[in-house]
Ligand binder design. Structure first.
Ligand SMILES: Nc1ncnc2c1ncn2[C@@H]1O[C@H](COP(=O)(O)OP(=O)(O)OP(=O)(O)O)[C@@H](O)[C@H]1O
Ligand SMILES: [Mg+2]
Length: 381
């Protein structure tokens, strides 16, 4: 079997698709080599439809199906671009690991099993790219009583941990999640709370820009203690792990209620709210690190938030003298880590190895994650 995989990630920030073509064959200590990386922004209509599907609305089943088809066509474009960049043919790739787009995340609720829903059309993707597709990584963990998230800690452990050394990795995506690997390899991981989802939301509503490059605009604002307290009062932050969250909780209504509670709208400038949201992310992530990773000597940061200098310097301020470093200093650029994780999870699936860690998600044990959509036509050619 080929050791080359594609990983496709489109996360809660709803910024677009990160794709990587990865070879898992290099000799130790490097667990992988990235052959190509591709980033594609969502078309505005697809983005707004995916955002709308995060909440109840008319004719959702029809709309989810069509959004899935549209996503699959975008994913297929990313796969084609990756292959072209690396000069590889589809037959040289073992599988595509495709996360899909989370629109609801309610594990453990309602009937006590709950659900997590990723919009996707993996059969169409397999048809379009002619490569085996592994998708639907989260639902088996939820079926086993887990949160279905985060799934990246096992990969963070494989990639960043060193024997005899505690390691902490923070992914700053739409939601922030922390992985903590003890010196003995014991692993913990959970969602800390909102990151770019709220930063992007407020930035777009106030400035019309989809996100705040470098956090420069947030850097011109002042943190407001009263608003920060209102935001920190959210019960999620004090919950013990295992825990995970998403736009189901941290959304525009969540923010609006707290802006009202702190009488922030008339009192504060827009950039002060942005600075306070950045401080919320920095503070909740720093608290999580101090509480759960006291042995770690540094905090490794991945995800798009690692490019936000304002957010990184707030985090650094909270954790000094421990360094807060972007993941490229430890071997993989911040915007490639999550996509590589889904290539890695696809490989785990093909090898029938578990992708989850029960101590992270709360699942009753290790499970093989995913479902296979074979790429070739029946009967072969
Ligand atoms: N140069 C930058 N300056 C500030 N923020 C940035 C920059 N580049 C990316 N970002 C932020 O990172 C976000 C994208 O991050 P990322 O793709 O890791 O999140 P995601 O798609 O939610 O992923 P996941 O759910 O897997 O963690 C953007 O929406 C933006 O907020
Ligand atoms: Mg993204």
């Amino acid at each position: 079997m080929s050791t080359v995989f594609v990983g496709l990630m489109s996360g809660t920030s709803l910024d677009g698709i990160d794709g990587v073509l990865v070879d898992f064959s290099p000799a130790a200590p490097a667990p992988l080599r990235v052959l190509a990386h591709e980033q594609v922004e969502f078309a505005p209509e697809l983005r707004s439809e995916l955002l709308a599907l995060n909440r109840s609305g008319d004719d959702e089943i029809h709309r989810v199906a069509l959004a899935g088809n549209r996503l699959a066509r975008s994913y297929a474009g990313v796969v084609a671009a990756l292959l072209a960049k690396a000069g590889l043919a589809p037959e040289q790739v073992a599988a595509v690991g495709c996360h899909g787009q989370t629109v609801r995340h309610r594990p453990g609720e309602f009937d006590a099993t709950g659900y997590t829903v990723q919009v996707n059309a993996p059969a169409l993707l397999a048809e379009l790219c002619g490569i085996d597709v592994v998708a639907d990584f989260r639902s088996r963990d939820v079926a086993a009583g887990g949160q279905g998230a985060p799934l990246v800690p096992a990969f963070h452990r494989a990639l960043f941990s060193r024997p005899g050394q505690a390691t902490a990795v923070l992914n700053l995506g739409g939601i922030a999640n922390l992985s903590v690997i003890g010196a003995d390899g014991a692993t913990l991981g959970f969602d800390c709370g909102p990151a770019n989802a709220l930063l992007d939301l407020w930035c777009a509503a106030s400035t019309g820009q989809r996100f705040d490059p470098g956090g420069a605009w947030a850097g011109t604002g002042q943190v407001d203690a009263r608003l920060l307290d209102a935001l920190l009062a959210e019960a999620y932050f004090a919950l013990p792990p295992p825990k995970s969250t998403g736009r189901d909780r941290f959304n525009a209504e969540w923010l609006e209620r707290r802006l009202d509670a702190a009488a922030a709208r008339s009192r504060l400038r827009d950039q002060d709210v942005q600075a306070t949201l950045a401080e919320l992310t920095a503070r909740t992530c720093a608290d999580a690190f101090r509480r759960h990773a006291p042995q770690a000597r540094e905090l490794i940061v991945c995800g798009g938030g690692a490019f936000n200098a304002d957010l990184m310097s707030r985090l650094g301020g909270h954790l000094a003298p421990k360094p807060v470093i972007a993941s490229d200093k430890r071997g993989l650029p911040p915007d490639q880590v999550e996509a590589c994780a889904f290539a890695w999870l696809a490989r785990a699936f093909l090898q029938r190895e578990p992708g989850n860690i029960g101590t992270v998600t709360g699942a009753s044990g290790p499970r093989v994650l995913g479902a296979l959509y074979p790429g070739g036509a029946a009967g072969g050619t």
